[in-house]
Design a binder for this molecule. Structure first.
Ligand code: ADE
Length: 247
C-alpha cells in the first residue's frame, strides 16, 4: 500500500488489551509517524469474538495443570475479521519463540503488513497457532505477563526502519548492532559536566580522527559488554524461516 509512491507499514494486533497498544502508539516518534500516515496500527479485540455469554476467551487446559489457556475460535475469528490472505505474516509473540534481533527487524521492515498475535494466561491453544502463525518471536529470555509489551517493542523497532519514520537527525546508520558493534558514546553541551570533560578529539573538527575514535570506542564497548557480537559473521544471517500454515 502506498500514498503518493510512499510505503505505508500496517500493523494489525490481535489482543485482549487494545488500550495498551493504542496508548503506546499515540506518542513520540511512532505517534508522529501514525499521524503522518507512514504507519498504521489497528487493534482487534479478541474478546469481541468470544462465543460465550460471559465473554470468556480462555478455558482450563486439557490434561490438567495450572492456569488457563486462550481458546482457538475467538483468536481465529479475530484473525479472519481482518480478511487478509495467507501471504501476510502472522507473528505470535511468545517467550518460546526465536529471539528478536536487529536482523529480524530489518527483514520484517520489508513487509507491507504484519499481524501480531498477543497471548495471555498460560498459553494459547496450539491448534490456532498451527493454523495461522508464520513466525514465533520472543523479545528476550524472560517471561512477561502478556504479549502486548513485546508487540509494542516489535512495532517500534520495525516502524523506525520504515522510510520517513525517522527524520534525518534521527538516522540509524551509526547505531548499535550495525556492523555487529554497539554504539560509541555521545556527548553534547556543556563541555564540562561535574568535572568530566568532553573528549578533546570531538571538538577538534578533524572528521577522520573523530571517526577513528568512535570506531575504537565502539569496538572497546562491544568487546567489554557483548563479546558474543564480535564473533558473528559480518554479513547478515539468512532470513527468518517462515513456517508453513495449515490449509
Ligand atoms: N510473552 C511473555 N513473555 C514474552 C517474551 N519474553 N517475548 C515475547 N512474548 C512474550
Amino acid at each position: 500500500m502506498a500514498i503518493g509512491g510512499k510505503k505505508i507499514m500496517k500493523f494489525y494486533v490481535l489482543t485482549l488489551f487494545p488500550e495498551m497498544i493504542d496508548s503506546f502508539v499515540s506518542h513520540s516518534i511512532i505517534g508522529r509517524a501514525k499521524e503522518k500516515s507512514i504507519i498504521d496500527i489497528k487493534c482487534v479485540n479478541i474478546r469481541d469474538f468470544s462465543y460465550n455469554k460471559h465473554n470468556k476467551v480462555d478455558d482450563y487446559p486439557y490434561g490438567g495443570g495450572a492456569g488457563m489457556v486462550m481458546q482457538a475460535p475467538p483468536i481465529y475469528k479475530a484473525y479472519e475479521s481482518l480478511n487478509k490472505d495467507k501471504s501476510v505474516r502472522v507473528i505470535f509473540v511468545t517467550p518460546s519463540g526465536k529471539t528478536f534481533n536487529q536482523e529480524m527487524v530489518k527483514e520484517l521492515s520489508k513487509e507491507q503488513e504484519l499481524i501480531i498475535l498477543c497471548g495471555h494466561y498460560e498459553g494459547v491453544d496450539q491448534r490456532v497457532i498451527d493454523e495461522i502463525v508464520t513466525d514465533e518471536i520472543s523479545i528476550g529470555d524472560y517471561v512477561l505477563t502478556g504479549g502486548e509489551l513485546p508487540a509494542c517493542v516489535m512495532i517500534d523497532a520495525v516502524s523506525r526502519l520504515t522510510p520517513g519514520v525517522l527524520n534525518k537527525d534521527e538516522s540509524f546508520e551509526n547505531e548499535s548492532f550495525e556492523n555487529n558493534l554497539l554504539e560509541y558514546p555521545q556527548y553534547t553541551r556543556p563541555k564540562v559536566f561535574m568535572g568530566r570533560e568532553v573528549p578533546e578529539v570531538l571538538i577538534s573538527g578533524h572528521h577522520e580522527n573523530v571517526a577513528k575514535w568512535r570506531l575504537g570506542k565502539a569496538i572497546e564497548k562491544t568487546a567489554k559488554v557483548r563479546p558474543d557480537l564480535m564473533s558473528l559473521p559480518p554479513s547478515p544471517p539468512a532470513p527468518l524461516p517462515q513456517r508453513e500454515r495449515g490449509e
